[in-house]
Design a binder for this molecule. Sequence first.
Ligand code: CA
Length: 509
Amino acid sequence: MKFINFSFILLISTISNFTFGQSKKQPNIIVFLVDDMGWQDSSEPFWTEVTPLNRKYHTPHMERLAKEGTKFTNAYANPVCTPSRVSMLSGMTAAHHGVTNWTSPAFNNNTDAPDDQFRAANWNYNGMSPIPNIAHTFHATPFPKILKDAGYFTIHAGKAHWGSAGTPGANPYNMGFIVNISGHAAGHPQSYLAQENYGNLPGKASWQAVPDLEEYYGRDTFLTEALTLEAIKALEQPIRDGKPFYLNMAHYAVHVPLQADRRFYQRYIDAGLEESEAMYASLLEGMDKSLGDLMDFLKEKQVDKNTVIIFMSDNGGLSLSPPRGARPHTQNLPLKAGKGSVYEGGIREPMLVKWPGVAKPGSVVNQYVMIEDFFPTILDMAGVSSTEIVQNIDGKSFVPYLKNPKLIDSTRVLVWHSPNKWTTNDGPGINYKSAVRKGDWKLIYHMRNAGLELYNLKNDIQEAHNLAGQYPAKVKELAYLLGEKLRNWNAPMPIIKENGQPVAMPDSL
Ligand code: CA
């Protein structure tokens, strides 16, 4: 076991003065995690300008949360679901925990698509496990367990997707949750519709049939609404008992299957959106209503002033058409590509944090942060300054940025690692890629052709101008950094079929 002192980590990792977030009372904490939501999928703009996508979608409660809290403009996750969810619960980056692709609900099922050039990397395709020695899993201590041990009433609602069925990590109870509503091994719902029992129809149920919501069967309660009602029901108990709570409100929305949330669908058809995009927009607005309902509930119960809300998405918006409408890979403009890609469209996320009395309402943080930062941040907020965990975490608390939004640390290094074949066809930044960001610079490593691309995100958020030829010293610096990190973490790499060797590290090209 390791004895981790988060205060020490914070002291050596930040560049300016701040005081620790030891509030007198343990704050309640809600992580509101959306599935597959893109950076531009909101009427709240996260860029320096308002885009046509910001005008297309309606998310008034995200706007409200931004007004009451802090907006992060450079927040990141991994290109697909499970790596991000495991990073959040473990505090580790994907290259380090080795769960680099989505996990199948079925045990021991490597989800990598077959490939002519590469054999699959030895990644942890059964996901994360809270106990050791489970085949093809990564063993880590999940932070909800630490919160539970610290006196928190812990609730999971919605999509879990941390591990394959039959492994301990598939079950939210094993990850430190006292209550579990509809979380299991699957990564998407079979159906959002209560009329279809969320997939639980006799003879038709698959791995993805949503568990636990029997009382809504046959009614017209959309899945997003049912999860919200159940989460609110579960919150009554800790509020009544005066216990601090942690709610992992992890919506299945807005992941496929695209289905119309009828409460909001027609307005988008009336606005001229094609059917699939109107369904997508309705999923988004239903998710946004859930956020508003939770905020209203907290206020009504008079716990809003002692409740932190962290809004996040687990990867970029899906840009494969179909099932999305519009031209492929244009759904996250100005960002390039979408889900599955190491370009910004696949990894940059809408992120908002409200911490009443600590973070200034309406503030904006431009520092880049990543989903593994949630682990140390949430423990920092909860006042857990030291604890025993089995893993070495990579994340850093973003509490200093909530207290002083102007702080910038351009020496920090972020890594994305996707040594996998996510889809059968390579797309922009999709399949067999790594990337590293330091300051405004980002280097992308294409394993298939041993190519390197360099971008300056400050001037070129679109990643339209590859500067690798112009700045060879910067390429070398970042390739070395990336190679060093991947080696230190023993990151999984694909195997070249021709010679049986792992793909070369970016600094040995
Ligand atoms: Ca996802």
